[in-house]
Design a protein around this ligand. Structure first.
Ligand code: IDP
Ligand code: MG
Length: 139
């Protein structure tokens, strides 16, 4: 995948709290085009695979349990400089430190239950997009 796509999830906290519509609004308002999207739920096995890179971190078990606790919205987004611009739009991992107006500042509950995922590199954006979507589901 080129540098114009990134992968996101609206996490279980934000789905539960009724923020799907507002978050999609913020994303499209910021100039991202949705090229794949679905409401789904991760099993604990799939959540563990998705976050395998964090296996050694102390919060891994909590993260896997949280990410499989309820429905999520998975999506692939397109925009020039997508990965970096989307990280700016969502704000820092801990919403207490996130810049005003960012998605995490507005909608996250805590550092763990932080409303949205955003890929951290073009390579991971491609891996994470194909983890969730097949070719015919991506436009
Ligand atoms: P990122 O989502 O901003 O890229 P990462 O460091 O990649 O942050 O961590 C992945 C996810 O793990 C975070 O979005 C958050 O849900 C969770 N997480 C990160 N740090 C902590 C922590 O200190 N306690 C609990 N959960 C955490
Ligand atoms: Mg990360």
């Amino acid at each position: 995948m080129s540098n114009n796509r990134t992968f996101t999830m609206i996490k279980p906290d934000a789905v539960q709290d009724g923020h799907i519509g507002n978050i999609i609004h913020d994303i499209t308002n910021a100039g991202f085009k949705i090229v794949a999207m679905k409401l789904t739920q991760l099993s604990s096995v799939k959540a563990g695979e998705f976050y395998a890179i964090h296996k050694e971190r102390p919060f891994y078990g909590e993260l896997v349990e949280f990410m499989s606790s309820g429905p999520i919205v998975a999506a692939v987004l397109e925009k020039e400089n997508a990965v970096a611009d989307f990280r700016t739009l969502i704000g820092t991992t801990n919403p207490a430190d996130a810049a005003e107006g960012t998605i995490r500042a507005k909608y996250a509950r805590s550092i763990g239950e932080n409303a949205v995922h955003g890929s951290d590199s073009d390579e991971n954006a491609a891996i994470e997009s194909s983890f969730h979507f097949s070719g015919v589901e991506t436009f």
